[in-house]
Design a protein around this ligand. Structure first.
Ligand code: NAD
Length: 365
């Protein structure tokens, strides 16, 4: 049978070096009149300067942390409500984007943030416009309807159309200050999105094409961006790879490596990209089949074994944790169990139970 699929991508994309400087015109085009910025500490001084220069920026929440907390979402939503905002602009890595997305979705509701977080109430029908400005090349959150937010130590991924941005401004210049290790973590997250979208049980032809190009771009550019963060060609290609990675998994969803990343982040405190990369080469070997061989040949590799080796070499170059012994005391039974029961594991093309996952982790001892 020939291609058979449904495809939709609702986010207007503004991509390229210098695009962030065009934000005033973009706000105008989108009809935004009162906007709150959610960002992390690295961008907070710039956001405050933007507020001083443009009447349409009415408040800044500048304290988004890694693995963003629901408390930051609440604070952003409160600022938006009190300022009568019509939009929330997230500027930063996935943490800032996901904070902005959640805050925009609940700002006009009459419930508590916890009501929506724990699905005790449906999300409000009315919401604020979401504009996503990624400053890392990794999550692809600018084109997904996903928001990953923690409440204390509990980290939850919520998938809902209310989180879909109206527009994304992807300016590679913003990523030039990302430190090398974060460049590596996030770059491997982008590659994982592409690979997992490609081998997901729900993969489809348009996403597949974007996945192949995303993997090719990461293989050609991640090492360059890692060694020289000011290499704008490498940064731009990584920003594009990340965007394509986001589009590759937005519909098919991710699979085994992302399922395993949750316990690895929650119990062993690995940053998201490092947690995903921990098992990515293992899953390349586990999921190796004719389709994956085809992807490898299209990106100029000899096959799946070379892809696994390239991922391992990137992890080593970035100083990422790669072995169980790097994680301290590991409760292997709990780790294998928690990975097996995570919902995303159902998307893995090869069924993975607790026993198989235990064997996979034992090879990483
Ligand atoms: P992050 O947003 O946590 O940022 C990592 C660190 O880099 C932070 O300290 C941040 O302040 C800093 N940083 C970001 N941009 C910078 C810059 N330009 N210069 C200097 N420092 C900078 O990391 P991330 O990997 O981008 O996002 C991870 C989060 O996104 C996790 O919570 C993950 O679960 C989530 N995620 C969401 C989606 C989605 O579709 N919504 C997809 C994948 C991951």
């Amino acid at each position: 049978m020939g291609p058979d699929f449904i495809y939709a991508q609702p986010v207007k994309l503004f991509f390229g070096e210098g695009k962030f400087a065009k934000l005033p015109e973009i706000l105008q085009e989108l009809g935004v009149r009162r906007c709150v910025i959610a960002c992390g500490k690295h961008f907070a001084p710039t956001a405050q300067a933007m507020q001083a220069a443009d009447d349409r920026i009415v408040a800044v929440f500048g304290a988004v942390e890694q693995n963003p907390q629901l408390s930051g979402v609440k604070e952003t939503a409160r600022l938006a409500r009190e300022a009568g905002a019509d939009a929330v602009l997230g500027v930063g890595g996935g943490s800032a984007l996901d904070t902005a997305k959640f805050a925009a979705a609940i700002a006009l509701g009459d419930g508590e943030a916890e009501d929506y977080y724990y699905a005790r109430k449906p999300f409000p029908a009315e919401r604020l416009t979401i504009i996503a400005v990624p400053t890392t090349a990794g999550t692809g959150s600018e084109v997904t309807q996903v928001s990953v937010v923690s409440n204390g130590t509990e980290k939850k991924t919520i998938n809902n159309p209310v989180f879909m941005p109206k527009a994304a401004v992807v300016d590679p210049v913003l990523s030039s200050t990302v430190p090398p290790r974060t460049t590596m973590n996030t770059g491997l997250d982008a590659m994982a999105h592409a690979l997992e979208g490609y081998w997901s049980r729900n993969h489809q032809p348009i996403s597949d094409l974007m996945a192949i190009e995303s993997v090719r771009l990461v293989l050609e550019n991640l090492e360059k961006a890692y060694h020289d963060g000011t290499n704008m060609e490498a940064r731009a290609n990584m920003a594009f790879a990340s965007l394509l990675g986001g589009l590759s998994f937005a519909l098919p969803k991710t699979a085994g490596s992302h399922a395993c990343s949750y316990p690895l982040s929650e119990d062993y405190h690995l940053p998201h990209g490092e947690a995903v990369a921990f098992t990515l080469d293992s899953f390349v070997r586990i999921n190796a089949d004719e389709r994956l061989e085809l992807l490898c040949r299209r990106v100029g590799l000899s096959g799946t074994e070379e892809l696994a080796e390239r991922i391992a070499a990137l992890k080593e170059l970035g100083g990422l944790r790669r072995r169980l012994s790097d994680l301290g005391d590991v409760d292997l039974d709990k780790l294998a169990h928690d990975c097996a029961v995570h919902g995303l594991m159902q998307n893995n093309p090869i069924p993975m139970d607790e026993e198989k996952l235990r064997a996979m982790f034992e090879k990483l001892a």
